[in-house]
Design a protein around this ligand. Structure first.
Ligand code: CMP
Length: 138
């Protein structure tokens, strides 16, 4: 069983998509092992996206991520890192496959509704960034 971190970003929360995203995960047989709503500070968003520090969009991305509440979740399942990325679709919603979360709801390459870990190393870092062991079931 694999674990991954999912974030419903501030645009997803303000568009009222929390239930829709959770439903897509559950319908795909993915287990939600932890979930909470947070409102990140700028330093917290910068720490989370530290690997993107040199990117030209880093400042805008971290401003966006602390612009409102977000929902962070630990997802558990077989191949859940890849499954979650399939459900999300490509980073750029214009390139995302039909029926994916980003294709259906994203409005911008930055405001793309959801985040998901891209590898087991990043999942370990990202889960530990928001949750301690006592908060994660199963
Ligand atoms: P995410 O999967 O959270 O990983 C990094 C985020 O940076 C990405 O989703 C987008 O929100 C944002 N991002 C990636 N590429 C760009 C880009 N070219 N311009 C603006 N934001 C981007």
């Amino acid at each position: 069983m694999e674990k991954t971190l999912s974030i419903i970003k501030p645009d997803g929360v303000s568009l009222g998509l929390v239930g829709e995203v959770v439903k897509r995960f559950e319908n795909a047989g993915i287990k939600i092992s932890a979930m909470k709503m947070i409102h990140m500070t700028k330093p917290q968003a910068e720490g989370f996206y530290a690997v993107q520090r040199e990117r030209p969009f880093f400042d805008s991305l971290t401003d966006f991520m602390c612009s409102g509440p977000a929902v962070v979740m630990v997802l558990t399942g077989e191949n859940v890192i890849g499954k979650n990325r399939e459900l999300m679709g490509a980073t750029n919603y214009k390139e995302a496959a039909e029926g994916t979360i980003r294709r259906d709801f994203a409005t911008d390459i930055e405001k793309n509704v959801v985040h998901g870990s891209d590898s087991s190393d990043s999942a370990a870092f990202e889960i530990g960034y928001f949750f301690n062991q006592l908060e994660i079931t199963g």
